[in-house]
Write a protein that binds this ligand. Structure first.
Ligand SMILES: [Zn+2]
Length: 165
């Protein structure tokens, strides 16, 4: 008698399935059937995979909201003006500005030679750059480069530099 091709599998999730193992060599089917029995059935596997993806999306969303809150309180504390751009660019830009300036403070003041007074100048210059896109563009920059980057920012990045004109 030939080795059967349809194997009844009792999955660990409690579901039963008849699996067609005809695409496996005859001498491997019993071992594969045993392995299958230690797995969840396809439906349960798909459902739990989907649940994990949803968890991940929810986790990322919560993490981003947390970062957003932190960046917004920071902006308020350091009197950083609102950014300009689309709604999405503005929230992203606020997070980038927070991250860029705190990293630069650590590199230049805490670990570097920049004095608090000099840093105030850097902050003052950072306040004039209100185009969200500028901060997003600098998100991968080196903390040491911030001063130079701020100097290079053009009038277009500082739309409110001269509010009285
Ligand atoms: Zn199942």
């Amino acid at each position: 008698m030939a080795v059967k091709t349809i194997w009844p599998i009792n999955h660990i999730c409690g579901h039963h399935a008849d699996r067609d193992l005809s695409d496996r060599p005859a001498d491997r089917r019993a071992g594969f059937a045993e392995w299958l029995a230690r797995q969840e059935c396809t439906d349960c596997w798909r459902a739990s995979k989907k649940g994990n993806e949803q968890d991940k999306v929810a986790w990322l969303k919560a993490k981003r909201a947390e970062e957003q809150d932190a960046s917004e309180s920071w902006s308020e504390q350091y009197r950083m003006p609102p950014l300009e751009g689309t709604e999405r660019a503005v929230s992203w830009g606020v997070r980038c500005r927070h991250q860029i300036l705190t990293a630069a403070y650590t590199a230049l003041v805490t670990e570097g030679e920049t004095s608090e007074t000099e840093w105030e100048g850097v902050e003052e210059s950072a306040r004039t750059v209100t185009r969200a896109g500028w901060w997003i563009d600098q998100r991968s920059s080196q903390p040491d480069d911030l001063t130079e980057l701020l100097q290079a920012a053009t009038g277009a990045d500082r739309p409110t530099e001269n509010p009285y004109f």
